[in-house]
Write a protein that binds this ligand. Sequence first.
Ligand code: GTP
Length: 597
Amino acid sequence: TLQKHIRNFSIIAHIDHGKSTLADRLIQATGGLSDREMKQQVLDSMEIERERGITIKAQTVRLQYKAQDGETYILNLMDTPGHVDFAYEVSRCLAACEGSLLVVDASQGVEAQTLANVYQAIENDHEIVPVLNKIDLPAAEPERVREQIEDVIGIDASEAVMASAKSGIGIDETLEAIVTRLPAPEGDREAPLKAMLIDSWYDTYLGVVVLVRIIDGELKKGQTIKMMAAKSEHYVDRVGIFTPKGVAVDVLGPGEVGFFTASIKEVADTHVGDTITDVRKPCETALPGFKPSRSVVFCGLFPADADDYDHMRDAMAKLRLNDASFEYEPESSAALGFGFRCGFLGMLHLEIIQERLSREFDLDLITTSPSVIYKIHLTDGTMIELHNPADMPDVVRVDHVEEPWINATILVPDEHLGAVLKLCEEKRGIQTDLTYAGNRAMVKYRLPLNEVVYDFYDRLKSVSRGYASFDYDFDVYEESDLVKMSILVNAEPVDALSMLVHRSAAESRGRALCERLKDLIPRQLFKIPIQAAIGGKVIARETISALRKDVTAKCYGGDVTRKKKLLEKQKKGKARMRMYGKVEIPHDAFIAALKMR
Ligand code: GTP
C-alpha cells in the first residue's frame, strides 16, 4: 500500500453518543464484517474459529475504501476505552493515529468524556473531524452543538459532518472526510524498522499476539526483532492485519497497523509503548514510550466459600493472561481464610475484575477495603511498604507514615465550580491553579491518593452533573498523620474492615461506618456492640439491640408457598454470611460497608 493512501484514526466520544454504532456503519459501508456478521461467521466456521481470540480482542480494524477521487484507501480504525482508569490505554491508541472523529450527540452536546478525550487527541497533534450524530432525533440541535464545540473545545466545527449512525445518514460524508481531511502517516520505508507496541494479548492458538504501529521501515515474517525497553529478541513467525478477522500479510510498512506473533510466552514480557526494531539493523533512538501502568489500588479478594479457593486461583491466572495490569498474590486473613491480595489501575478496574470473576467464573467473593501503598517508617529506622491496613505494625513500633499524593486537573463548567472546589477541600486537597478554558474552569489540585481512590470520581461526576472531567499524575510521598482504624463487631476485630485514615477524619468515618453496619447486620438474640477504635481507644460505638427474627411473621396466615419461598431465601442468605465470633455478617453488609468510603 502506498503510504499516502493510509489513514489512521480513532473515534472519540462521550459514552452513548454513538461511537460503536458509527464504527459498525463504517465497517459495513466499506464491505468489512459488522460485529454481528463477524460473530455469526466465527461460529459458522471452524477455520475462522482459530482467529476468534484475536478478532474479539482486536482494538483495530482495517477498512478498504474507494474514495470519490477514484483511489482506494486503507483506513485503520483504532478503538479507545473511555474511563479515567484507562486513560493510559486511550493515550496509547491516540498515539498510533494521525486523526480522530469526534462524535457528539446532537441532542446532548459536549460532555465530560468528549472533552477529556478530545484534549488528549489535541495533545497528540490530531486532526479532528467533528461528527454531529443522532440528527434524526427530534430533540437534535446540530447548530447549537456546533457552536458549543467551537466555544468549549475551540476547534473549527464549520465543516462538521451531520450524521445519524442509526439511520445510515452521513456515512459516506464521514468516509470522505477521513480521506480528505485527515493526514496520511509520515515515515520512511528505507529506514531501519521502528514500530510502537500498542497492545498485546494472549490467544489460545497463537500465544501472545502483539499489536503494532509501524513508524519507519518494514516488519516481515522471518525477521528477528528487538524490543528496546524489554531488551528481548524474538523471531517473527506471523505478521497480519485485522479486517476485523485476522489475515496474514507478507509485510507491514510505515503507517500501517497490524499484529505479529513471535513465540512470546507471556503478555507480561511485552511493554506497551516499547519500540520494536530489527536486531541486524536497529534504529538509533527509541520512541518516547509510555510510563508503565502501575497498580494504584489494592484490596483483598476472598472466596465466600473456602472450597472455591482452587477454582478462584485458576480464574485469576486466566484473567491475568490477558490483563498484565492486574496483579495478585496469595494472602490469608484470620477472618476470611485464604484469598489474594490484588492490585488494580483504579476503582473501575477493580470493579471490572470483580464482575468478571463473579460472572464468568461464577465466584462469590468478599472484597476488603481498597487501599493505596503507604510507606511505614519504623522506630528502628527501617521502612515497609504497606498494601494492607490489616498488616499495620503496632503503633509503638511506628515512627511516622507517608502517603502518596497526586496532581489532579479538573475541567468543569463555571456553574459547578463551587461544588467541585468544596469536594476537593473536603478531600484534603490543596489548590495550585485556577484558569479558564473557554467557559470552562480548569482547576488544579494536589490531593492525597487515598482520598481519590474510593469515591472521588463518582462524587465529582455527581456534584458536576457529569460535566467535570478529571485526570491525574502521581506526585510524591509525604508524611501524614494517618492512623489505623479497626472495626470490632461483638468485641471481635474484623480485619477486612480495618483501614488507614487521616486522624482528622477518623472519628466521623468511624461513626458513619458503625451506623451503617448497625443497619446492615441483622439483629440477633443478643445485643451486639459495634465499635470503631484507634489502637485501644474506642472512637465510635453503636449497639444492635436483641430481637428474635421471624421472617415468616409478615405472611399473615395461609400462603404456604410464599412462606416456603421466604424460608428458602433466608437459607440462601445464611449461606452467604460469615461468622465473627458469635455474629454472622452478611456478604452484602461487607460490600455496602466497604463501598461507603
Ligand atoms: P458506549 O459503547 O457505551 O461507549 O457507547 P457508544 O458511544 O458506543 O454508543 P452506541 O453506539 O452504543 O450508541 C448508544 C445508543 O445510541 C444506542 O442505543 C444506539 O442505538 C443509539 N444511537 C446511535 N446512533 C444513533 C443515531 O444516529 N440516532 C439515534 N436515534 N440513536 C442512535
